[in-house]
Design a protein around this ligand. Structure first.
Ligand code: G6P
Length: 613
């Protein structure tokens, strides 16, 4: 959601900014814009894809210079239009600004600035910030930004430049993500590392309420200074980015989503690496080791997240109750944060998030931390806000996820939550043998997944039969109920097919009325404790004319007399089955979207990382 790129250095800024915007396209956006300074400030904004901006710029002279900003906007305040797109500017002082986040007190600030004679041309909260910085500008851009941000309530990651200080770029953050890449006599600033890694692997992050002034002198030498909003100097920690350019390139795949589905076995091997010892029934999780005692003694776990991460969190709840025998519950972060929840002593909150930046998840986490809970993060992006704000955590290690529909992050989250639960279970009462057996199975998940991926063509052919249907049901029970929810979400997100996921038994309490001739119902019907019950539910659908697609366990021939089509997964113990049963559903959604002619990696209206409420 909203992508920021900024450049200051010795090279032409425009191509670097456009390439950066393309790398950030996956975050989701509806318009784009760029500003450069070469003597004078030039701004260009367009509605639609970055390619539209690129085409427009090709026809325009200018836009040279080695300092600039660029932005992809995901509309929050005001319609999708050129005038609402970023950068926003104040022509009087030649100031341009890009912003990710929301300024909550923008209406009051706008009123104040109007009284001062400022004229607004957009409906955005961002333009207010550009004008406020301009109003406070007195020859020092860094000071103007600090002073302006002291007046602001809300969330922001911003980059600002000024025609009068052509060797200065000022960036700041509170709540929204921002990374500064430090290269050889250049800086590349971006919302995430994917727009930086091609240029440098040395980066630093700002903490909330911090500002960085990036400068280039007449000789082209660069320096930076970081400070608080009150101008107290701070020293950021420069770190090495842990991923390579190939990880964010398509390679031989047609879509990032398909690439990421297919690389799950390799990624999950990374998730497991060095963390499990089957022989000793031991799990080593360095990120939570310091808090092992508190985890063992915890009275209650609260798991939270949004979207796919919420479904993974549900499985975490099942693991904790079933394997570690400790009370656990899952809640949407957007509800939890405002619900005034009771937090009993020795509560642990687990925030599950791919990006580590989801605004609701972050806010729920803060709320429960305030109420005394120990906080754990199950996060993919290293250095993200959630990973920085939690007391402890376990990274997924599945590499950057570019596909908007989350796949490898889901299986990574489920695997980590299974490991955390086994870590606690083993320290509470689970025997070494039982733990060893489960860890053995967990370690074999990657190779078992490879067998499922080989069925991709078969799944595509089955998909062809049903892809014109507009309503689908996804049904599962027990550990595979969250998988049914996830299967339905995947189909909705990228195929725009209406799909509902639910517990298989719940169907007869209403949704069964929807079933008509030929309606596809996907059942997760692997051999588990509720297998017979699921068969009953399948009968109920078939007898009403529904078409049944079943995800079943290899060797189950009987299912063929119940289901129209079957996708097989290798046998595995029930708790770990979601790691396998979800894979055919990911493939199904991806094939359905391609067959319906949709852009799988840029689904309409969706953002990869939702940094606003
Ligand atoms: C958005 C994405 C989903 C994701 C959810 C939570 O809705 O489109 O794919 O599951 O946010 O994101 P997070 O980064 O917190 O896992």
């Amino acid at each position: 959601m909203c992508g920021i790129v900024a450049y200051l250095g010795h090279r032409e800024a425009k191509p670097i900014l456009l390439e950066g915007l393309k790398r950030l396209e996956y975050r989701g956006y509806d318009s784009a814009g760029i500003a450069t300074v070469n003597g004078k400030l030039e701004v260009c904004r367009t509605v639609g894809r970055v390619s539209v901006l690129e085409d427009t710029l090709r026809k325009l002279p200018g836009f040279h210079g080695s300092i600039g900003l660029a932005h992809t906007r995901w509309a929050t305040h005001g319609e999708v239009s050129e005038r609402n797109a970023h950068p926003h500017r104040d022509d009087k002082r030649g100031i341009a600004l890009i912003h990710n986040g929301t300024i909550e007190n923008y209406a009051a600030l706008k009123q104040y600035l109007r009284e001062k004679g400022h004229v607004f041309t957009s409906e955005t909260d961002t333009e207010v910030l550009a004008m406020l910085i301009s109003e406070l500008y007195d020859g020092d851009l860094e000071a103007a930004v600090q002073n302006a941000l002291r007046e602001v309530r809300g969330a922001y990651a911003i980059a600002v430049l000024c025609e009068k200080e052509q060797g200065v770029l000022v960036v700041a953050r509170k709540g929204s993500p921002l990374i500064v890449g430090v290269g050889d006599r250049e800086f590349v600033v971006a919302s995430d590392a994917s727009a930086i890694v091609a240029h440098t692997t040395q980066v630093f992050e700002l903490d909330d309420y911090q500002v960085a002034k990036l400068s280039r002198d007449a000789k082209g030498e660069t320096t930076f200074r970081t400070s608080t909003l009150d101008n107290v100097p701070v020293t950021p920690k420069i770190r090495q980015l842990e991923f390579e350019l190939e990880q964010i390139e398509l390679g031989s795949h047609e879509t990032f989503m398909m690439k990421e589905i297919c690389e799950q076995p390799r990624c999950l091997r990374m998730t497991l690496q060095g963390r499990v010892s089957e022989r000793e029934g031991r799990i080593v999780l360095g990120g939570i080791a310091e808090h092992a005692r508190e985890l063992i003694r915890a009275r209650q776990f609260v798991l939270t997240g949004q979207g796919t991460a919420y479904h993974a969190a549900m499985l975490g709840e099942y693991f904790l109750e079933d394997l570690a025998k400790v009370s656990a519950k899952t809640e949407y972060a957007s509800e939890l944060r405002y619900r005034n929840p009771v937090v009993v002593d020795n509560t642990v909150v687990i925030a599950v998030s791919q990006s580590g930046e989801t605004a609701d998840t972050l806010a729920a986490l803060r709320e429960l931390k305030e109420r005394g809970a120990l906080t754990l993060g199950v996060v993919n992006v290293v250095g993200s806000s959630i990973s920085r704000e939690t007391d402890a955590g376990v990274y997924l290690r599945v590499g950057p996820e570019i596909g908007v529909a989350s796949t490898k992050a889901f299986t990574g989250q489920v695997m980590v939550l299974a490991m955390v639960s086994l870590y606690i279970a083993r320290r509470r009462f689970m025997s070494m043998d039982t733990a060893g057996e489960m860890l053995g199975e967990l370690s074999r998940v990657p190779e078992l997944m490879e067998r499922i991926l080989e069925q991709s063509n078969h799944i595509r052919k089955v998909c062809e039969k049903y892809v014109d249907r507009e309503n689908w049901l996804f049904l599962g029970r027990g550990y595979n109920y969250p998988v049914a929810l996830e299967g339905a979400l995947k189909l909705k997100e990228i195929s725009y097919i209406h799909a509902e996921g639910m517990p298989a038994a719940e169907m007869k309490h209403g949704p069964i009325a929807l079933i008509n001739d030929g309606m596809p119902a996907v059942f997760v019907a692997n051999k588990g404790p509720q297998y017979d019950k699921v068969m009953l539910n399948i009968e109920q659908v078939r007898s009403r004319g529904g078409r049944v697609i079943a995800v079943a366990t290899e060797g189950d021939q009987e299912i063929k007399s119940y289901a129209d089509d079957v996708f097989y997964v290798p046998p595995i113990s029930d708790p770990l089955s979601p790691l396998l049963t979800v894979v055919p559903l990911q493939l199904l959604a991806c094939h359905a979207a391609v067959l319906r002619g949709h852009d799988v990696d840029k689904p309409r209206n969706l953002a990869k990382s939702v940094t606003v409420e």
